[in-house]
Each structure stands twice: as C-alpha cells, then as structure tokens.
Design a protein around this ligand. Sequence first.
Ligand code: RIB
Length: 318
Amino acid sequence: MNAQKPKICVVGSAMTDQITRAPRLPVAGETLMATSYTLGFGGKGSNQAVMAARLGADVSMVAKLGRDLFGQNTLENYVSHGINTEFVFWDEQLPSGVAPIWVDETTGQNQILVVPGANAALTPAEVRRAASQIAQSAVLVCQNEIPMACNREALSIARAKGVLTIFNPAPAVPTPADIWALADIATPNEVEAALLTGVSTQDDEGALQAARVLCERGAKTVLLTLGARGALVVEESGHHWIAAKPVQAVDTTGAGDAFMGSLAFFLATGQSLREAATRACRVASLSVSKTGTQTSFPTAAEVAAAEVAATEVATTEN
Ligand code: RIB
C-alpha cells in the first residue's frame, strides 16, 4: 500500500480476450477469412483496474479466477501492475472467464461474447471479506460481469463508509432499483443506456432523455459515454456535454474501460466530475488508436503528453 497514491477498489470480472480481427464481420451462415487472432487480458473489471493502476492508483481487485493457465496468467498480470490481489479468489471447478471478440478492421468496432466461468461464482460473502479495502478507498468501481448480489454488497459497504461509488452497468442487464440508488455515478455507454431504458440514444435529445430515466431510477449522477460523440453528465442540478477529440478508431475494444479506470483515478485524486470526465475522454481516445484491450491502454506518460497537447490546442484557440 502507498499512502501517496489515490486508493481505488474494483469489484469485478477477469476474462481472457480471444480477439479475431477481420476486414469486416461475417453475416449469419458466412465463413470469412480473418486477419489475425490474439489472446490478451480482459474483463471489464480487470481492464478498469489496470487502467487506474497504470495512471498511478493504489488498486485492490476483488475477483474470482479458475485454477487454470488463464487464471494464473491473470493473477500475474495484476501483480505486474502492482494491483493488490489479497481478495482475488479461486474456483476449484469452473474455468476462468473468456471473451471471444470480433473486431471489424474497417471501422474499429467490435462484437463481444462473454463466457463468465469463475466470475459467476464470486459470492457476496467473498466481497464482504474485502470490506476494509473498500472502506479505505476513495472510489469503488463495479460492473455487470459478476453476480448482481456481489455488486449490491460492494456498493452497500462503500455507501455506508462514504466511499464514492461508480456503477458501470456493462453489459446491460435488468438492474434492481436498489442498485441504481447505491450509484453515486452510473456510467452506461450509449448502447447500454438504450437497452436499459428503451430510449434511442442515437441523437443528443434521446441520450439526454435516457440519462434522465436512469436518474429517475435512483442514480445520483448519470455519466453517459457516447464514443466519438464524447460524454454527457446528467445530475439533479442540470446537465453538460463533454466533447471528445476526433480520432481514427483502429480498435474500440476496452475504450469504455480505459474511460472508467481513468475516471476513477482522476476522481480519486480530487478532481471535479467535469474535469475527470474530460480527461477520461482523452484516455479513451488514446486507447482506440491501438489494437487489443489492455494492450491499447496508454501509460501515464502518454496520458501526460496528450494533456499537454490538449492544453496547447486550447491555448492556441483562445
Ligand atoms: O469492455 C471490453 C471487455 O468486455 C473485454 O475485455 C471483454 O473481456 C469483456 O469483458
């Protein structure tokens, strides 16, 4: 533990990403020649933890792995990033989670299936064992690739101790009202917000409406990420838009997680939500310009360079 570093706890998933890149995605019934196949570290929870750690956070991960090569490699990846693994649990029967991913090389967009394996066996009792880690953190982050009861446990512990909670409802699944009410900041992307609310988020008006629906369900603040369109923050007092720098997307896989992990880091350092979200958009933009999931996440030095460039552009424009 490092007293100078902002402390973040991530309760969430670990996957091994099985990434196939192809000039386009096949249609049903079609066989298509692909360009490449790679294995990499993934899982929304792990991705967010790694991004926060790369920026300099003191991160604790609460997750469950299978007793197999993927699980062992995942543990070593956490250790290599300085992530506290005291609350990484093992399932003796189930395999580690995997995620087959297809990336369309022309657009950089992806399609992901998640096979949860051991992630689905994480229990609220195991999350409770990490209560003191959650309580000592500045920020708790949860997503939807572990059982909802685990999110409830983690969010409840954090709320009781005054820890800022970020609930990333990804993937979009039916979400009980008490979970929304435990979210200081709920962070769907545009696809998840549309699935969760039934409101199209394709235009700004729809995005605003969908975010307001999620606020009405109980989230204090909704931060809706909109890919190349940036992000939208909606809270009781009003809303504001955050622009994203236009970039050529090579691979969008994990960009949302780069955003969440860096958002948690910037908030944990005491920045305002507007500032933190603006900077997290820059981190996500950096990640879409490289291939892979965690392999595309920028280093702290790359983020710092992008910040300087953004400041210079802003100064020139003023
Ligand atoms: O958000 C991207 C992630 O979703 C991938 O790493 C994959 O594992 C799935 O969890």
